[in-house]
Design a protein around this ligand. Structure first.
Ligand code: ADP
Ligand code: MG
Length: 699
């Protein structure tokens, strides 16, 4: 079995081994140089690569190729072309050129551009990204590409991500050179995203309009049991789920995704998958592909995979933990504190840069995870709060304190754990405990950004993180570059100290779920940006525009377009949800309630006909209770209808988004409150859709 997996792994990837086998030596070298150092690739090299790629693909049964890209919809896009080329005599040959590999020209008019391009200007280009390997899926060769407009503006998530990785590498190398680490030529950022998801029965899914149209349930009374027994977390996998996970792992391994960890999550029907970390660009592509394969393979097992941030009210939603670090080309993890963090100048300087970056651009980090779906989680005491803060743990906090107070810090002895059971070997305890409530936690040799939503691409949070840290490093470089060598050590120490003093307000090791923290954070002047419409306008703040333009991540035009798209996306999401809820009320819920009330009334009448003196108080009481709430429900639905119209009539996108947040979204909550109350009384067979109990406990 072991051998099989090692053979299977990456078998559908045009990876290093295939390249070495298939490419002429000089072509291989040129391509490697492009991949590792980001150098320009000549057309003749591309031609040779294209031939080898096609040959390898055709050997594997492939007939088509596609430029695979990540438009601002948040999903991936693809357009397939076959390799066939008629030879004029009724025959064909399979052909693929360097030009086709490098550049594609999909009609871009239907992808969001946020006003960058009018619809009649349809031209857009996709450009090959050699740093993310091509792979085979469904008999098609997938070529990861960037996507831009005719005038060169980025219309995707990959382009700015690659720009941000370059910026970080550039600034990190400059800083490392100044502090004497002259061997370093480049720095990569690494990411390991842990992905949460729900698996529910396909039959149940198909019966619920809300799940079909919005990915989440808009109404639904809680099941008698939720997650309070904590029996699902890490629980034994049910056979059907296990079979799904097994097939998923196998398919992921084939396309070179190092799926590593899988387990049941806190909520019933919720699970998690984590791969081994990779370069950010590859990790982002792989996460997109993972989500796609999860959905596809779920279907095969008669499941539907829900990636929405909050599919069910009352139990945990899903997120993504973005484990992030930086690594030099000489193989050093810049966030590895080593044995004596207090003595490692390089580690402390890099740590200070991250602290400064997170404090100065906390609003952008919050923005990078903002969506209608994720608004349900942040601040709801299941995911980190909307306030961005950093958890450092006891040991690093002691180091930081010591620096601030100029006192000497010595690392404590590592504590040996004894479990009390003789058969269990003793093991050394980690120097940091876990803190579930922190949005940005140091976890030994990396930071874990935990506010991400489960359905979104992890590109944007990493763009912000890379850029903000690059900026902090650039500022450090500026302060240190003119310092004479003999004063350098002292200057670095002073710089670290000053940075800590200035930015320590963002460090918080306590419980982020308490009201006390909300108050404390306000006193410290930290942002608490609760909803998407509240956070989005910050993208246009001068400090943020300057950050992105200065480092060449976005042009001003690109920033404006992204702002427009994010607003529109929020508005459209709530609009669809509101319309779905209205439809569900009129088509499913209200008829069911009416029928039940009618049945109840008939029963009362019939009872009376049988015998005038039979008691009907209980039925009448129930009828009254339901009728009363039903009146309120109908009223609330009318209000919602009117407000949807008002929202659509709003002049500008920001007021529209705000109007959808309040009152439209608030109206929906009100309706839900009444509906969930009534649903408790309605028999299952009268409801045209499955309840929470059925969905969450009968898989
Ligand atoms: P936990 O649930 O304890 O947070 P997991 O093992 O589920 O841990 O996930 C940790 C993730 O962090 C994995 O994807 C792992 O590969 C990743 N990781 C480890 N080291 C680094 C690093 N230097 N840079 C980025 N990610 C890392
Ligand atoms: Mg984790």
């Amino acid at each position: 079995m072991e051998e099989k997996v090692t053979e299977l792994y990456g078998s559908l990837v045009f990876g290093d081994k295939v390249m070495r086998d298939k490419l002429p030596k000089d072509v291989y070298k040129a391509l490697r140089k492009t991949i590792v150092k980001g150098t320009h690739l000549e057309l003749d090299v591309a031609n040779a690569v294209a031939i080898a790629m096609k040959e390898w693909a055709v050997e594997n049964g492939v007939t088509h190729f596609t430029h695979w890209f990540q438009p601002l919809t948040g999903f991936t896009a693809e357009k397939h072309d076959s390799f066939i080329s008629p030879t004029g005599d009724g025959e064909i040959i399979m052909e693929f050129s360097g030009k086709e590999l490098i550049k594609g020209e999909p009609d871009a008019s239907s992808f969001p551009s946020g006003g960058i391009r009018a619809t009649f200007e349809a031209r857009g280009y996709t450009a090959w990204d050699p740093s993310s390997p091509a792979f085979i899926k469904d008999k098609t060769l997938y070529i990861p590409t960037a996507f831009c407009s005719y005038t060169g503006e980025a219309l995707d998530k990959k382009t700015p991500l690659l720009r941000s990785m370059d910026a970080l590498s550039r600034e990190a190398v400059k800083l490392l050179h100044i502090i004497g680490n002259k061997d370093v030529e480049s720095v990569i950022t690494t990411v390991g995203p842990e992905q949460e998801y729900f698996l529910i029965d396909k039959e149940d899914y198909k019966k619920r309009r809300d799940l079909m149209f919005t990915g989440r349930t808009l109404i639904g009374a809680p099941a008698p049991k939720g997650q309070e027994m904590e029996d699902h977390y890490f629980g034994a996998l049910r056979p059907r789920v296990s079979a799904f996970m097994h097939e998923l792992d196998t398919e992921l391994w084939k396309v070179g995704i190092p799926a590593k960890t899988k387990h049941n999550e806190v909520a019933p029907c919720q699970h998690e998958l984590a791969p081994v970390f990779d370069t950010t660009n590859v990790a982002v592509d792989h996460n997109q592909l993972t989500m796609e394969l999860m959905k596809k393979i779920a279907e095969k097992h008669n499941f539907v995979c829900l990636l929405h941030e909050k599919p069910f009210a009352g139990i945990n939603g899903s997120g993504k933990h973005n484990n992030w670090s930086m690594s030099t080309n000489t193989g050093v993890n810049l966030l590895d504190p080593g044995k004596t963090p207090g003595e490692s100048t390089q580690f402390l300087l890099v740590l200070a840069a991250v602290i400064k970056a997170v404090d100065e651009y906390a609003d952008m980090l919050r923005l990078s995870v903002a969506s209608a779906g994720n608004d349900h989680r942040l601040g709801a005491n299941e995911a980190p709060p909307a306030i961005i803060s950093i958890f450092l743990g006891d040991e690093l906090t002691a180091v930081i304190d010591a620096i601030e107070k100029d006192s000497f810090f010595k690392k404590g002895e590592s504590v040996l754990m004894e479990t009390g059971a003789a058969v269990i070997p003793h093991f050394a305890r980690d120097t940091t405990d876990r803190n579930r409530t922190s949005p940005f936690a140091f976890t030994g040799n990396k930071f874990e950004f935990r506010s991400l939503g489960s359905s979104a691409s992890v590109a944007t949070p990493n763009i912000v993180l890379n850029t903000a840290v690059a900026d902090a490093m650039a500022q450090f470089t500026k302060q240190l570059e003119a310092v004479p060598a003999e004063q350098l050590e002292d200057a670095i120490h002073q710089l670290i100290k000053a940075t800590i003093i200035k930015h320590k307000r963002v460090i918080f090791n306590g419980n982020g779920y308490t009201d006390a923290w909300v108050e404390e954070a306000e006193k410290r002047g930290l942002y608490n940006l609760k909803s998407t419409p509240e956070v989005l306008p910050r993208l246009l703040d001068q400090k943020n525009v300057e950050l992105f333009t200065k480092h060449g991540i976005y042009t001003e035009k690109e920033i404006k377009s992204r702002y427009e798209i994010l607003l529109e996306n929020y508005t459209k999401t709530i609009h669809i949800e509101a319309c779905t809820l209205r439809e569900m009320m009129y088509h499913d819920f209200m008829p069911a309630v009416n029928k039940f009330m009618d049945d109840l009334s008939q029963q009362i009448i019939r009872k009376k006909t049988v015998c005038e003196s039979l008691p009907v108080g209980a039925q009448q009481k129930m009828l009254a209770t339901i009728s009363e709430k039903y009146e309120l429900l109908c009223e609330a639905v009318s209000v919602l209808e009117a407000n949807i119209e008002k929202a659509e009539a709003c002049e500008d996108e920001l007021s529209k988004a705000k109007f959808y947040h309040d009152p439209v979204f608030t109206d929906m909550l009100k309706i839900r409150e009444y509906a969930d109350f009534i649903e408790k009384y309605i028999p299952d067979e009268d409801l045209p859709y499955p309840t929470y109990s059925k969905i969450l406990f009968y898989v």
